[in-house]
Design a protein around this ligand. Structure first.
Ligand code: SF4
Ligand code: SF4
Length: 306
Protein backbone atom coordinates (compact mmCIF):
# COMPACT_ATOMS: atom_id res chain seq x y z
CA UNK A 1 0.00 0.00 0.00
CA UNK A 2 1.35 3.46 -0.87
CA UNK A 3 1.45 6.14 1.81
CA UNK A 4 -1.39 7.93 0.00
CA UNK A 5 -3.53 4.77 0.07
CA UNK A 6 -2.66 4.16 3.71
CA UNK A 7 -3.61 7.75 4.58
CA UNK A 8 -6.99 7.32 2.88
CA UNK A 9 -7.51 4.05 4.78
CA UNK A 10 -6.64 5.67 8.13
CA UNK A 11 -8.97 8.62 7.59
CA UNK A 12 -11.90 6.46 6.55
CA UNK A 13 -11.22 4.08 9.45
CA UNK A 14 -11.16 7.03 11.88
CA UNK A 15 -14.60 8.11 10.65
CA UNK A 16 -15.88 4.54 10.83
CA UNK A 17 -14.77 4.37 14.48
CA UNK A 18 -16.87 7.44 15.27
CA UNK A 19 -14.52 10.37 14.90
CA UNK A 20 -15.99 13.28 12.95
CA UNK A 21 -12.81 14.65 11.41
CA UNK A 22 -9.29 13.33 10.86
CA UNK A 23 -6.21 15.13 9.53
CA UNK A 24 -2.50 14.40 9.40
CA UNK A 25 0.21 16.80 10.61
CA UNK A 26 3.94 16.66 10.03
CA UNK A 27 5.68 16.41 13.43
CA UNK A 28 7.97 19.38 13.04
CA UNK A 29 9.17 21.52 15.94
CA UNK A 30 6.49 23.98 17.02
CA UNK A 31 6.76 27.45 15.43
CA UNK A 32 8.68 30.17 17.27
CA UNK A 33 5.57 32.34 17.28
CA UNK A 34 3.51 29.65 19.03
CA UNK A 35 6.32 28.99 21.53
CA UNK A 36 6.66 32.69 22.35
CA UNK A 37 2.92 33.08 22.82
CA UNK A 38 2.82 30.04 25.10
CA UNK A 39 5.84 31.10 27.15
CA UNK A 40 4.49 34.62 27.60
CA UNK A 41 1.19 33.19 28.82
CA UNK A 42 3.04 31.08 31.38
CA UNK A 43 5.30 33.98 32.45
CA UNK A 44 2.21 36.11 33.07
CA UNK A 45 0.89 33.26 35.24
CA UNK A 46 -2.37 33.10 33.31
CA UNK A 47 -2.34 29.33 33.93
CA UNK A 48 -2.94 29.78 37.65
CA UNK A 49 -2.32 26.63 39.66
CA UNK A 50 -2.11 24.34 36.60
CA UNK A 51 1.63 23.95 37.10
CA UNK A 52 1.79 20.90 34.81
CA UNK A 53 1.45 23.38 31.95
CA UNK A 54 4.88 24.81 32.69
CA UNK A 55 6.57 21.41 32.81
CA UNK A 56 7.92 19.25 29.94
CA UNK A 57 8.06 22.18 27.53
CA UNK A 58 10.87 20.53 25.53
CA UNK A 59 8.45 17.69 24.70
CA UNK A 60 5.54 20.09 24.25
CA UNK A 61 7.45 22.03 21.62
CA UNK A 62 9.01 19.05 19.81
CA UNK A 63 6.76 16.02 19.25
CA UNK A 64 9.72 13.80 18.40
CA UNK A 65 10.99 14.25 21.96
CA UNK A 66 7.63 13.12 23.33
CA UNK A 67 7.46 10.08 21.04
CA UNK A 68 10.81 9.09 19.61
CA UNK A 69 10.65 8.13 15.95
CA UNK A 70 7.31 9.92 15.40
CA UNK A 71 6.86 10.62 11.69
CA UNK A 72 3.18 11.59 11.53
CA UNK A 73 0.60 12.99 13.91
CA UNK A 74 -2.89 11.72 13.18
CA UNK A 75 -5.27 14.29 14.68
CA UNK A 76 -8.93 13.47 15.24
CA UNK A 77 -11.88 15.45 16.52
CA UNK A 78 -15.10 14.04 17.92
CA UNK A 79 -18.33 15.93 18.47
CA UNK A 80 -19.77 16.16 21.99
CA UNK A 81 -22.71 18.49 21.33
CA UNK A 82 -25.30 17.22 23.81
CA UNK A 83 -28.67 15.95 22.70
CA UNK A 84 -30.09 17.22 25.95
CA UNK A 85 -28.02 19.57 28.10
CA UNK A 86 -27.90 18.90 31.85
CA UNK A 87 -28.41 22.01 33.95
CA UNK A 88 -25.42 22.61 36.18
CA UNK A 89 -22.85 20.55 34.26
CA UNK A 90 -20.86 21.71 31.23
CA UNK A 91 -21.72 19.80 28.06
CA UNK A 92 -18.36 18.09 27.73
CA UNK A 93 -18.72 16.37 31.11
CA UNK A 94 -22.21 14.85 31.05
CA UNK A 95 -21.15 11.49 29.63
CA UNK A 96 -18.25 9.11 30.22
CA UNK A 97 -14.76 10.52 30.67
CA UNK A 98 -13.70 11.70 27.21
CA UNK A 99 -10.00 10.99 27.88
CA UNK A 100 -10.72 7.27 27.99
CA UNK A 101 -13.34 7.22 25.22
CA UNK A 102 -11.07 9.04 22.75
CA UNK A 103 -7.91 7.11 23.67
CA UNK A 104 -9.70 3.74 23.42
CA UNK A 105 -10.88 4.63 19.91
CA UNK A 106 -7.39 5.81 18.94
CA UNK A 107 -5.80 2.55 20.13
CA UNK A 108 -8.41 0.64 18.11
CA UNK A 109 -7.40 2.76 15.12
CA UNK A 110 -3.74 1.93 15.79
CA UNK A 111 -4.53 -1.77 15.95
CA UNK A 112 -6.50 -1.59 12.70
CA UNK A 113 -3.60 0.18 10.96
CA UNK A 114 -1.33 -2.59 12.26
CA UNK A 115 -3.48 -5.13 10.44
CA UNK A 116 -2.46 -3.42 7.21
CA UNK A 117 1.07 -2.29 7.99
CA UNK A 118 3.39 -2.61 11.02
CA UNK A 119 3.15 0.59 13.05
CA UNK A 120 4.09 1.77 16.52
CA UNK A 121 2.35 4.71 18.14
CA UNK A 122 0.98 6.42 21.21
CA UNK A 123 -2.43 7.97 21.70
CA UNK A 124 -3.15 11.16 23.60
CA UNK A 125 -6.23 13.09 24.59
CA UNK A 126 -5.69 16.01 26.94
CA UNK A 127 -3.31 13.76 28.84
CA UNK A 128 0.26 14.75 27.88
CA UNK A 129 2.35 17.80 26.97
CA UNK A 130 0.82 18.10 23.50
CA UNK A 131 -0.34 21.40 21.96
CA UNK A 132 -3.53 19.78 20.75
CA UNK A 133 -5.22 22.75 19.09
CA UNK A 134 -1.93 23.72 17.41
CA UNK A 135 -1.66 20.26 15.85
CA UNK A 136 -5.33 20.30 14.85
CA UNK A 137 -4.63 23.51 12.91
CA UNK A 138 -1.49 21.98 11.39
CA UNK A 139 -3.58 18.96 10.34
CA UNK A 140 -5.98 21.31 8.54
CA UNK A 141 -8.93 20.46 10.78
CA UNK A 142 -9.98 23.96 11.83
CA UNK A 143 -8.87 27.20 13.43
CA UNK A 144 -8.55 28.41 17.01
CA UNK A 145 -11.39 30.85 17.70
CA UNK A 146 -11.26 33.85 19.98
CA UNK A 147 -12.84 31.61 22.63
CA UNK A 148 -9.61 29.50 22.35
CA UNK A 149 -11.58 26.50 21.09
CA UNK A 150 -10.78 24.49 18.00
CA UNK A 151 -13.54 25.52 15.60
CA UNK A 152 -14.38 23.44 12.54
CA UNK A 153 -15.99 25.06 9.53
CA UNK A 154 -19.55 23.84 9.11
CA UNK A 155 -19.44 21.86 12.39
CA UNK A 156 -18.75 24.29 15.25
CA UNK A 157 -16.59 23.92 18.33
CA UNK A 158 -18.09 21.25 20.58
CA UNK A 159 -15.21 18.87 19.87
CA UNK A 160 -12.74 16.76 21.79
CA UNK A 161 -9.34 16.47 20.14
CA UNK A 162 -7.14 13.38 20.15
CA UNK A 163 -3.81 12.51 18.58
CA UNK A 164 -2.05 9.35 17.49
CA UNK A 165 1.71 9.82 17.15
CA UNK A 166 2.92 7.12 14.74
CA UNK A 167 6.28 6.02 13.35
CA UNK A 168 5.12 5.84 9.72
CA UNK A 169 5.12 8.62 7.18
CA UNK A 170 1.70 9.54 5.82
CA UNK A 171 0.43 12.24 3.44
CA UNK A 172 0.33 15.46 5.42
CA UNK A 173 -2.62 17.83 5.21
CA UNK A 174 -2.27 21.52 4.45
CA UNK A 175 -2.44 23.52 7.69
CA UNK A 176 -5.41 25.85 8.17
CA UNK A 177 -4.29 29.37 7.35
CA UNK A 178 -7.50 31.26 7.92
CA UNK A 179 -9.58 32.15 10.94
CA UNK A 180 -13.28 32.49 10.30
CA UNK A 181 -13.86 34.64 13.39
CA UNK A 182 -13.60 37.78 11.26
CA UNK A 183 -14.77 40.81 13.22
CA UNK A 184 -16.95 38.72 15.54
CA UNK A 185 -16.46 39.26 19.29
CA UNK A 186 -19.54 37.43 20.54
CA UNK A 187 -17.66 35.01 22.80
CA UNK A 188 -15.57 37.83 24.30
CA UNK A 189 -18.67 39.88 24.99
CA UNK A 190 -20.58 36.92 26.40
CA UNK A 191 -17.86 35.78 28.82
CA UNK A 192 -19.24 36.61 32.27
CA UNK A 193 -15.85 37.03 33.95
CA UNK A 194 -13.74 38.93 31.41
CA UNK A 195 -11.42 35.93 31.04
CA UNK A 196 -11.40 36.27 27.25
CA UNK A 197 -9.76 39.04 25.30
CA UNK A 198 -8.92 39.06 21.61
CA UNK A 199 -5.21 38.45 22.25
CA UNK A 200 -5.35 37.06 25.74
CA UNK A 201 -7.01 34.42 27.86
CA UNK A 202 -6.74 34.56 31.62
CA UNK A 203 -7.52 31.08 32.89
CA UNK A 204 -7.49 32.40 36.46
CA UNK A 205 -10.72 34.30 35.72
CA UNK A 206 -12.35 31.49 33.73
CA UNK A 207 -15.23 29.61 35.36
CA UNK A 208 -14.06 26.35 33.83
CA UNK A 209 -10.72 26.73 35.61
CA UNK A 210 -12.22 27.98 38.86
CA UNK A 211 -14.87 25.27 39.14
CA UNK A 212 -12.75 22.34 37.92
CA UNK A 213 -9.02 22.92 38.36
CA UNK A 214 -8.84 25.41 41.21
CA UNK A 215 -8.82 23.81 44.66
CA UNK A 216 -8.99 26.88 46.93
CA UNK A 217 -11.88 29.06 48.04
CA UNK A 218 -13.82 30.57 45.16
CA UNK A 219 -13.74 34.35 44.71
CA UNK A 220 -16.51 36.19 46.55
CA UNK A 221 -19.69 36.57 44.46
CA UNK A 222 -18.45 34.27 41.70
CA UNK A 223 -21.85 32.54 41.83
CA UNK A 224 -23.38 35.66 40.26
CA UNK A 225 -21.27 35.04 37.17
CA UNK A 226 -22.20 31.37 36.85
CA UNK A 227 -25.03 31.16 34.34
CA UNK A 228 -26.52 27.67 34.36
CA UNK A 229 -23.46 25.75 35.39
CA UNK A 230 -21.53 25.01 38.57
CA UNK A 231 -19.16 22.56 36.87
CA UNK A 232 -17.42 24.15 33.88
CA UNK A 233 -18.93 26.78 31.62
CA UNK A 234 -20.40 26.66 28.11
CA UNK A 235 -21.10 30.37 27.69
CA UNK A 236 -18.42 31.14 25.09
CA UNK A 237 -19.33 28.01 23.15
CA UNK A 238 -23.02 28.85 23.13
CA UNK A 239 -22.24 32.41 21.99
CA UNK A 240 -20.34 31.26 18.90
CA UNK A 241 -22.35 31.61 15.67
CA UNK A 242 -20.44 28.66 14.17
CA UNK A 243 -22.21 26.41 16.64
CA UNK A 244 -25.47 26.91 14.82
CA UNK A 245 -24.04 24.12 12.64
CA UNK A 246 -23.47 21.84 15.65
CA UNK A 247 -25.52 18.67 15.60
CA UNK A 248 -26.11 16.30 18.55
CA UNK A 249 -23.29 13.82 18.99
CA UNK A 250 -23.61 10.18 17.88
CA UNK A 251 -21.38 8.72 20.57
CA UNK A 252 -23.20 6.51 23.05
CA UNK A 253 -20.54 7.07 25.73
CA UNK A 254 -21.13 10.84 25.68
CA UNK A 255 -24.80 10.54 26.55
CA UNK A 256 -25.79 11.22 30.18
CA UNK A 257 -26.98 8.33 32.31
CA UNK A 258 -30.60 8.15 33.51
CA UNK A 259 -29.71 9.22 37.07
CA UNK A 260 -28.05 12.40 35.82
CA UNK A 261 -30.89 13.16 33.42
CA UNK A 262 -33.35 13.03 36.30
CA UNK A 263 -31.46 15.64 38.36
CA UNK A 264 -32.96 19.11 38.54
CA UNK A 265 -31.27 22.21 39.93
CA UNK A 266 -32.93 21.82 43.33
CA UNK A 267 -31.61 18.25 43.76
CA UNK A 268 -27.99 19.38 43.76
CA UNK A 269 -28.28 21.11 47.14
CA UNK A 270 -28.80 17.74 48.79
CA UNK A 271 -26.09 15.87 46.92
CA UNK A 272 -24.68 13.08 49.11
CA UNK A 273 -21.31 11.43 48.60
CA UNK A 274 -23.09 8.24 47.67
CA UNK A 275 -25.19 9.97 45.02
CA UNK A 276 -22.13 11.82 43.70
CA UNK A 277 -20.31 8.51 43.22
CA UNK A 278 -23.34 7.00 41.51
CA UNK A 279 -23.71 9.96 39.16
CA UNK A 280 -20.08 10.51 38.25
CA UNK A 281 -18.21 7.24 38.45
CA UNK A 282 -16.22 7.03 35.19
CA UNK A 283 -17.01 10.66 34.34
CA UNK A 284 -14.66 13.63 33.87
CA UNK A 285 -16.44 15.24 36.85
CA UNK A 286 -14.47 12.88 39.12
CA UNK A 287 -11.52 15.23 38.54
CA UNK A 288 -13.31 17.82 40.63
CA UNK A 289 -14.12 15.59 43.61
CA UNK A 290 -17.16 15.62 45.88
CA UNK A 291 -16.10 18.38 48.30
CA UNK A 292 -15.14 20.71 45.49
CA UNK A 293 -18.39 20.11 43.67
CA UNK A 294 -20.26 21.01 46.88
CA UNK A 295 -18.15 24.19 47.04
CA UNK A 296 -19.31 25.08 43.53
CA UNK A 297 -22.95 24.23 44.17
CA UNK A 298 -22.91 26.35 47.31
CA UNK A 299 -21.53 29.39 45.40
CA UNK A 300 -24.08 28.83 42.63
CA UNK A 301 -27.01 28.53 45.03
CA UNK A 302 -25.91 31.51 47.13
CA UNK A 303 -26.41 33.84 44.22
CA UNK A 304 -29.77 32.26 43.32
CA UNK A 305 -30.96 32.94 46.86
CA UNK A 306 -29.88 36.62 46.76
S1 SF4 B 1 -15.60 29.08 29.70
FE1 SF4 B 1 -16.96 30.72 30.52
S2 SF4 B 1 -15.67 31.91 31.91
FE2 SF4 B 1 -14.28 30.65 30.63
S3 SF4 B 1 -13.74 31.96 28.92
FE3 SF4 B 1 -15.54 30.81 28.26
S4 SF4 B 1 -17.29 32.11 28.82
FE4 SF4 B 1 -15.52 32.89 29.91
S1 SF4 C 1 -17.95 33.69 18.93
FE1 SF4 C 1 -17.13 34.78 17.16
S2 SF4 C 1 -15.09 35.45 17.82
FE2 SF4 C 1 -15.75 33.85 19.24
S3 SF4 C 1 -14.90 31.93 18.42
FE3 SF4 C 1 -16.97 32.15 17.59
S4 SF4 C 1 -16.71 33.21 15.63
FE4 SF4 C 1 -14.82 33.47 16.77
Amino acid sequence: MTKEELTIFIKSEALRLGFDVCGIAKPEAVSTEAINTYNKWIEQERHGTMLYLQRNCDKRFDPTLLVEGCRSIIVVAINYTPQEPIEGIASYAIGNDYHKVVKDKLYTLLSNINDIQPVKGRAFCDSAPVLERYWAVKAGIGWIGNNRQLTIKGKGSYFFIGELFVDIELSYDTPTEESYCGTCRKCIEACPTGALQKEDFDACKCLSYLTIEYRGDLPENIGKKMKNSFYGCDVCLKACPHNKFATPNRTEEFKPGDELRKMNLGDWSNLTKEKYTKLFSGSAVERCGYEQLLRNISAFNKHKEE
